[in-house]
Ligand binder design. Structure first.
Ligand code: UTP
Length: 297
């Protein structure tokens, strides 16, 4: 019987420079789409995929993230008094039970591979998921759940994959595909942010992974890769060289790159339009604004 994936790592130790000056004092993962922080979407997705242990890799200045998951007794009492049961339920969703969540520190932002490696003792010898909270994926069945179901058949390592325009491909880790089986892709190799002429495909790795503990052992042997960072992609690619199976998974869903301003704004609009109480006002505003912009051109 394959071991179930019950642990997930959330690397949140990056510097978030693309959102400066906001991220000078607010962790990027607390920035909100409408009224829910990015991290809440990531936690909800993990829970729906069967994750029971949530491991955060944090760094200096991320205290607001730890506070976010605590209970808020005064606030809850006040909402209870006012019989605001909807808000109480919302609040409950953001509270983690004692022991459900663990934090490890990454002392220096040396890259995603290094961040994930910082959690190695908590992972021990189990398969685990990695979720990057700035990749927000709107999907009927949550992306990680789709992957966990596929992984039950395949085992090995699995990365979420998505076609990206060729002009943007070099900003991603890209897959060299050995066999395209539809949703599932057997992978021959992976390369992080290659020069356009070296791109093996336009299939990009997106921020959801299911990995074996061997990948963490590989990180220990890695030197700095693309961008002078210790890359998770390189550690996964080593598994292919070691003869293990690595798969890409073409998920169903719409991915928003909330690590970039443009992606974050697009997600904000899309999620707001999904809210019945906001939709009409926002639509009117957008139609007027676009008309004014056009007229001014
Ligand atoms: P990004 O490449 O988006 O970097 O990291 P960043 O620092 O968050 O943001 P920018 O580019 O400066 O604006 C992708 C994910 O990996 C984590 C980040 O927190 C983010 O979730 N990460 C990255 C770490 O935890 N540690 C690192 O050393 C690097």
């Amino acid at each position: 019987m394959r071991r179930k994936v019950t642990k997930a790592i959330f690397p949140v130790a990056g510097l978030g420079t693309r959102f400066l000056p906001a991220t000078k004092s607010i962790p990027k993962e607390i920035l909100s789409l409408v009224d829910r922080p990015l991290i809440q979407y990531a936690i909800d997705e993990a829970r729906e995929a069967g994750i029971k242990e949530f491991i955060f890799v944090t760094s200096r200045g991320k205290g607001a993230l730890e506070d976010y998951f605590d209970g808020a007794p005064q606030l809850e009492q006040s909402l209870r008094k006012k019989k605001k049961t909807d808000l109480l339920a919302e609040l409950k969703q953001s509270t983690m039970d004692s022991g459900e969540i663990a934090y490890v520190r990454q002392r220096e932002a040396l890259g995603l591979g290094h961040a994930v490696w910082c959690a190695r003792r908590l992972i021990a010898n189990e398969p685990f998921a990695v979720i990057l909270p700035d990749d927000v994926i709107a999907a009927e069945k949550p992306c990680l759940k789709q992957m966990v179901e596929a992984y039950e058949d395949t085992g090995g390592c699995m990365v979420a994959a998505m076609e990206v325009p060729e002009s943007k491909a070099s900003a991603y880790g890209l897959l060299d595909v050995a066999e395209d089986m539809g949703s599932l892709l057997k992978i021959n190799g992976m390369v992080e942010k290659p020069e356009p002429e070296d791109a093996p495909s336009n299939l990009a790795v997106i921020g959801r992974y299911i990995l074996t503990p061997d990948v963490l052992r590989n990180v220990s042997t890695l030197k700095k890769g693309a961008g002078g960072e210790i890359q998770l992609t390189d550690a996964i690619a080593m598994e292919i060289e070691n003869g293990s199976d690595v798969y890409g998974y073409r998920f169903d869903g719409q991915r928003y790159d909330c690590g970039s301003k443009s992606g974050f704004l697009q997600a904000t609009i899309a999620f707001a339009l999904d809210r019945p109480e906001l939709r009409d006002d926002l639509m009117d505003f957008m139609i007027d604004t676009v008309a004014m912009q056009k007229a001014a051109q």
